[in-house]
Design a binder for this molecule. Structure first.
Ligand SMILES: Cc1cc2nc3c(=O)[nH]c(=O)nc-3n(C[C@H](O)[C@H](O)[C@H](O)COP(=O)(O)OP(=O)(O)OC[C@H]3O[C@@H](n4cnc5c(N)ncnc54)[C@H](O)[C@@H]3O)c2cc1C
Length: 328
């Protein structure tokens, strides 16, 4: 059972404020520290992008995420860069890194070698995914000697080492799934194979998420199913991406960005408001964990986390650090 939503069953008829009609919340909950967040980044291609990534990681690190994850490019195209980024997070920050890993275009032996490399380097958390075919080919064909789907990848990784494994979930059903039930059965297979957390594809309609959670729990899946939050930066990009991954974009979202193509500053303010309202509503209804698709930009995610009540915590040096003792 999900937590009842605010106002449900109270028996007191109230006038719906305009913001609620628009899907926005009138009353923010009191800020609180009971929120867990994780942040997703992609590996940078150029030195400029690298700089943006690391300043974003630095800015968001003080919010003490549970983990930060680094994506794996389509068809394994970012293998080296993903590895380098995850290792740098491990070696140069106090953050817990999670490496995304996919089945696409690789044999089991190749995927296993990457996973062993992660384990040997000290990386303990993998986000295990099927992945999408590279290029314009939308038809997924398992590699003849590869892991065919994410569930088999989860089993394979568990055989290599006791990784913490997260997997993907789809409140609006994965586009390749023959039915919503088949997709749910697939999620259960991934959890039964050893995954301890699911992270959802992004969505904007919270009711969809809660209906999905009801079905997930009814199917006997009891791991956290963490909502994936995408602060919108470009509506054009969003629509393109949403079409390819089967996520719906309600008309009220696109309407809010109408006329802002040439106005990035207002666009950012609107984007932060939309994502903060979505998270606030999820929180009001009992959600305590959020995964942010940061797109390597800290600003929006930081603002949304702030509105959720998170505050920066500067890293403390260990008690036996020499400079620390000198100051004491
Ligand atoms: C949080 C998150 C992070 C992501 N990170 C990345 C990333 O870093 N790199 C990347 O390339 N992509 C990433 N993706 C996208 C993901 O790879 C795609 O959505 C991909 O199409 C499906 O991956 P999956 O792990 O959900 O696949 P699966 O769980 O394997 O399922 C894919 C589809 O196949 C169906 N299916 C499963 N098993 C079978 C079977 N035996 N026979 C027939 N059909 C079956 C399922 O029902 C589903 O429709 C991410 C997605 C999410 C939500």
């Amino acid at each position: 059972m999900r937590t009842p939503r605010a106002g449900e069953g109270s028996g007191t008829p109230t006038r719906t404020p305009w913001c609620a009609q628009k899907g926005l919340s009138a009353v923010p909950p009191a800020p609180g520290p009971d929120i867990d967040v994780s942040f997703e980044f992609f590996p940078p291609k150029t030195p400029e992008m690298e700089q943006t990534l690391w300043s974003s990681i630095e800015r968001l690190a003080v919010l003490q995420p549970r983990f930060v994850s680094v994506t794996y490019g389509a068809g394994g195209s970012t293998r080296e860069r993903t590895h380098a980024t995850v290792r740098r997070v491990l070696e140069e920050t106090s953050l817990v890194p999670a490496a995304h890993l996919t089945c696409v275009a690789a044999t089991c032996a190749e995927v296993d070698a990457v996973a062993r490399g992660y384990w040997d380097a000290g990386i303990r958390h993998i986000v295990a995914l099927r992945g999408d075919p590279p290029g314009d080919d939308n038809t997924y064909r398992p590699h003849p000697r590869g892991y065919p789907y994410a569930a088999e990848l989860v089993s394979g990784l568990k055989r290599i080492a006791p990784f913490e494994l997260s997997v993907a979930a789809y409140p609006e059903v994965h586009p390749d799934a023959p039915s919503p039930q088949a997709d749910l059965d697939n999620l259960k297979r991934k959890i039964d194979a050893g995954a301890v957390r699911a992270i959802t594809q992004f969505f904007f309609d919270n009711d969809l998420y809660f209906r999905f959670i009801d079905r997930v729990r009814a199917a006997g899946i009891d791991v956290p199913v963490v909502p994936g939050i995408l602060p919108v930066t470009s509506v054009k990009g969003l629509l393109r991406f949403a079409a390819s991954c089967g996520a719906g974009v309600p008309r009220w979202v696109t309407e809010l960005f109408d006329g802002l193509d040439q106005d990035p500053q207002t666009r950012r303010l609107v984007a932060a408001t939309v994502a903060a309202e979505q998270c606030t509503r999820l929180r009001e209804q009992g959600v305590r964990e959020f995964h942010f698709y940061t797109l390597n930009r800290a600003e929006l995610t930081y603002a949304v986390c702030h509105m959720l009540g998170l505050r920066p915590v500067e890293p403390q040096p260990p008690a036996d650090a020499p400079e620390w003792r000198a100051r004491a």
